[in-house]
Design a protein around this ligand. Sequence first.
Ligand SMILES: C[S@@+](CC[C@H](N)C(=O)[O-])C[C@H]1O[C@@H](n2cnc3c(N)ncnc32)[C@H](O)[C@@H]1O
Length: 240
Amino acid sequence: MPRDRHVFRALRLQRDPSLPPTLELDPGACPVMRADGAMKERLERRLEPPPPCGEACPVRAFFAAARAAGADVELDVGAGYGRFGRGRAAAHPELRILGIEQEGARVARSDVLARKAGIRNLAYLVGEARYALEFCVPPDSVAAVHVLFPDPWPKDRHARNRFFRAPNVELVHRLLRSGGLLHAATDDETYFGRMLAVMEADPRFGRVPPPARTDAEKTDFELKFEGRGRPVFAASWRKL
Ligand SMILES: C[S@@+](CC[C@H](N)C(=O)[O-])C[C@H]1O[C@@H](n2cnc3c(N)ncnc32)[C@H](O)[C@@H]1O
């Protein structure tokens, strides 16, 4: 199914009146998240900034609501099927968690499960994480960024797709508040080595011990890898 169909399905499910209301982010209302074709190229090549979202921007509303409630915001980048976000949101109702995921069908499934569980502090943005981090998330606004089991893109010719690269670390640095945390986990030892090297090259971050995640905060991919007996490598860094 083409990605857009997934997104429309996600939005339909989000509007299902039989489910309890939760935070809503409508990627259709966001000029960055609905960027395609020519717009994507303009963003990638920094030819021009995206059109202003205005007061209707759902991400802006999400951050304003969190600020008004005095709640810390955490991002789940590449949220996948969302098990981690749901587990964390349920265990920490004082937090606001924003999952960013490009696959609308994964978001739709997690959104329904979250609603059925009565979770109200978890929202999703369907789209390209780099655009969300660069153009949508306000600077100095985030307490923690979780990048759990990101695609390792092992081939050199795909290296620019890896999340752990200096330009993306720059984006994370911009949106984390001082003392904010970046958490990473992977089953891929080579990629883990690359993560450590990229982060060590940035003196604005200091490595700290990764927190123990509860069983409920294990991710869908983590459970899959664990089932295959694969070790998990985890690291965390603090914005100094
Ligand atoms: C290996 S899965 C891990 C998912 C989840 N964190 C977990 O551990 O179960 C990686 C996820 O990141 C998403 N993803 C990859 N690149 C992305 C991007 N540039 N923007 C948004 N999501 C992305 C994929 O669609 C996929 O769901």
